[in-house]
Design a protein around this ligand. Structure first.
Ligand SMILES: Nc1ncnc2c1ncn2[C@@H]1O[C@H](COP(=O)(O)OP(=O)(O)OP(=O)(O)O)[C@@H](O)[C@H]1O
Ligand SMILES: [Mg+2]
Length: 221
């Protein structure tokens, strides 16, 4: 990666696979178990709810899971829907209805990833339900939220819930070091420790602090 001429951004450090989602062992282990069922051709994954505080890897894990589950069908069969409070009932219903047919290119299923699902209004949450009902459907819903208390039991009971947490300092250090290794920059250990300490368990904070730190350095040789 070119660390010098182009401005680095958060996107540059998004993990490409589940192996890069660190410090979320329980959730990642369950995602892997689900993936092995998919690879054996046994099952379509269950609907998932990824729950936890901001910046600890839910979106990263959803995309990595999608990539591993769908392989080269990822671009065609993984849809990410966000800030959909702006979407009206009709649009949401249309998305759900369209999701009932077979996915393109012979993919075994499609994934609809609804990020920040708690920002949906109660009627919109209700609109999601028909898409999640019934066996043998073609669509796997992955929902992500910080707080599931407003989602309602009906929705929760349709999902396998995976909890994400703030990560330990050792994992934050690995995240910062892995991100740094994707650039041509070097930082002294004390600078890395300062980032780990200040980011208080939140990988997104650590990456943001790293970007600040690198932005203040002259371009690497
Ligand atoms: N557990 C993690 N392991 C490795 N990198 C991580 C992890 N968590 C977050 N990151 C880094 O921080 C960035 C932001 O994280 P992400 O968008 O996945 O957080 P989130 O949990 O979805 O937050 P929000 O609740 O605000 O949507 C990721 O692209 C990645 O670079
Ligand atoms: Mg997110």
């Amino acid at each position: 990666m070119d660390g010098g001429r182009r401005r680095l951004s958060l996107e540059d450090f998004r993990p490409e696979s589940l192996a890069g989602v660190l410090g979320q062992e329980a959730a990642v282990a369950r995602l892997r178990r689900i993936l092995s069922g998919v690879r054996n051709g046994q099952v379509i994954p269950p609907h998932l709810l990824l729950r936890g505080p901001p910046g600890v890897g839910k979106t990263a894990a959803a995309r990595a899971f999608g990539r591993e589950a769908l392989g080269d069908q990822y671009d065609a069969s993984f849809s990410e829907l966000k800030a959909f409070d702006a979407r009206g009932h009709d649009e949401l219903t249309e998305i759900i209805m369209r999701s009932r047919g077979p996915p393109p290119n012979g993919a075994p299923f499609r994934i609809l990833f609804f990020d920040e699902v708690e920002s949906l209004s109660p009627p919109a949450l209700h609109d999601l339900r028909p898409g999640m009902e019934g066996e043998g459907g073609y669509s796997v819903f992955i929902l992500a939220c910080n707080d599931s208390s407003g989602l309602g039991k009906a929705l929760l009971s349709r999902c396998t819930v995976l909890d994400f947490h703030p990560v330990e300092a050792a994992d934050l250090r690995r995240i910062v070091e892995a991100a740094l290794a994707r650039t041509s920059y070097r930082l002294p250990p004390a600078a890395i420790e300062a980032i780990v300490e200040q980011s208080a368990g939140v990988p997104r904070e650590a990456i943001k602090l790293l970007l600040e730190e690198l932005g203040a350095l002259p371009p690497p040789a």
